[in-house]
Design a protein. Structure first.
Length: 402
RNA sequence: GCGUCGGUACUCAAGUGGUCAACGAGGGGAGACUGUAAAUCUCCUGACCUUGGUCUUCGAAGGUUCGAAUCCUUCCCGGCGCACCA
């Protein structure tokens, strides 16, 4: 327990309402429960757990992170929990066991996390966010502790989880340790002794497991806020496993471009859950879309908003400019690699890692993907000598031969 | 333990002695059309030289054969059923 001068708790009704609704998919046990706590001005703790499974955070993480930040701004205590222990175990996946990560992988993934998270969360000052690791407690438990914990849940409860049902239906294996995952993650709630947890809707089962455990072990009612997932119109999740993710370590230009390539159906949900635009603006955007405004314009606004959030207004403006210049007007991007020519194209391509194999480059040539920007002339033979000019390979790869 | 079915490229999934670098679908890349959208049409999607070929791949290792992803043996991993269950 630590005693510090608690900052003022904001009990503004509108802000609380916003906190509990914007981008929120579901709350447990119910909205009124959390509302009353918040209105009373109680100082609450809320945490978000993230497994360091990739080298960077991505835009999907942003949704709960920003919700966490919102809570911090209201004066409450927030905790950013890194699932360093759980990541070395492997979360059950839809189809199979996720490959467990090694300690080293986890540590290297971790490096960037705090840095990236600190763009949104305040890790300094009077009400600083805590940065914790679940190995602090999970690595210390012995088999007896684990059994005691496991005794609190039944197999039937576990089997309610969709992915397990699915795997049984598909006659795919389920390992015992996969049942432990919700327990471990749930135990985080107990160890941290929090008032609430926020996370993506895909984490609802695990979050509720924690709620259950906390109730049984400490007789405490944890609230759970499940955030909407950033999905494309087909309901597919945006995430690293789906390949359409926007990583937070990308350049502003790349991020801008990625957002622009989202499908139109993403515009409204993305505005709602990953930007700060007001509810009025949101309505306005919906109307414009229905009214036949070119969705591209709204998407540019969306991309600008998102890049601003991550990098600031200036960077965002530059990214937008670069995007319009490069793609809308078909001009050459400003910062491109310059290499000296004088040798066969295929060698240049390999040396510059523009392609992964010579075969791939040949295929691109055959497909007419390599051309000079100003004359539009296509390279038709991979063995021709690269001469001075600015070339593009496909849509996004550029190179300048000097 | 016994029986039985299965393990194929990024994913799903055909193929069950030569015509298999391996059907098809998804994903990814490229071209056309565009708003770097979606939809649609076309092409490509193991590596290396290249009209053709060489090499590496179908859970692992051996074997049979002129020739295997395909047959045999052993092993590893999984599903299901039966048996066992202090």
């Amino acid at each position: 327990m630590f005693f510090q001068k608690k900052p003022h708790i904001n009990t503004d009704e509108q802000k609380i309402e916003q906190f509990l609704t914007r981008g929120v998919e579901a709350v447990f046990p119910n909205k009124a429960f959390i509302q009353s706590k918040m209105k009373k001005g109680e100082s609450l703790t809320l945490y978000l757990g993230i497994d360091p499974t990739g080298p960077t955070l991505h835009i999907g993480h942003l949704v709960p992170i920003r919700k966490l930040s919102e809570f911090q701004k209201l004066g409450h205590q927030i905790i950013f929990l890194v699932g360093d222990f759980t990541a070395t175990i492997g979360d059950p996946d839809k189809t199979s066991v996720r490959k467990p990560l090694t300690r080293d992988e986890v540590l290297s993934n971790l490096k960037e996390y705090k840095k990236q998270a600190s763009r949104f969360i305040d890790f300094t000052g009077a009400n600083k966010a805590l940065f914790r690791f679940n190995s602090e407690w999970l690595s210390k438990m012995n088999f007896k502790d684990v059994l005691d914990l496991a005794a609190l849940m039944t197999v039937d409860q576990m089997l309610k989880r969709d992915m397990f049902k699915k795997r049984i239906a598909e006659e795919k294996p389920i390992h015992i340790h996969e049942f432990m995952y919700p327990l471990m993650q749930g135990y985080d709630s107990v160890a941290l002794d929090v008032d609430g947890e926020v996370g993506g809707n895909d984490q609802t089962f695990n979050m509720l497991a924690g709620r259950d455990l906390l109730k049984q072990i400490k007789n405490k009612e944890k609230f759970v806020i499940a955030m909407k997932l950033l999905t494309d119109p087909t309901g597919k999740k945006m995430g690293k496993s789906e390949g359409n993710m926007v990583a937070l370590n990308q350049t502003p230009e790349d991020m801008f471009g990625k957002v622009m390539s989202w499908s139109d159906g993403m515009i409204v949900p993305a505005f709602e859950i990953v930007t700060d635009v007001s509810i009025d603006t949101l309505q306005d955007i919906k109307h414009k879309l229905v009214g036949g405004e070119n969705p591209k314009n709204l998407k540019i606004k969306l991309a600008s908003e998102i890049v601003t959030l991550c990098f600031g207004e200036k960077e965002s403006e530059q990214a937008r400019h670069a995007f319009e210049q490069t793609f809308s007007k078909g001009e050459v991007p400003e910062d491109i690699e310059e290499v000296s020519g004088g040798k066969a194209w295929i060698d240049v391509a390999i040396e510059q890692s523009l392609v992964e194999s010579k075969g791939e480059f040949r295929r691109l040539i055959e497909g007419g993907a390599v051309s000079e920007m100003t004359t539009g002339e296509k390279i038709t033979d991979p063995n021709t000598v690269a001469v001075t000019g600015v070339y593009k390979i496909g849509k996004r790869r550029f190179i300048k031969i000097i």
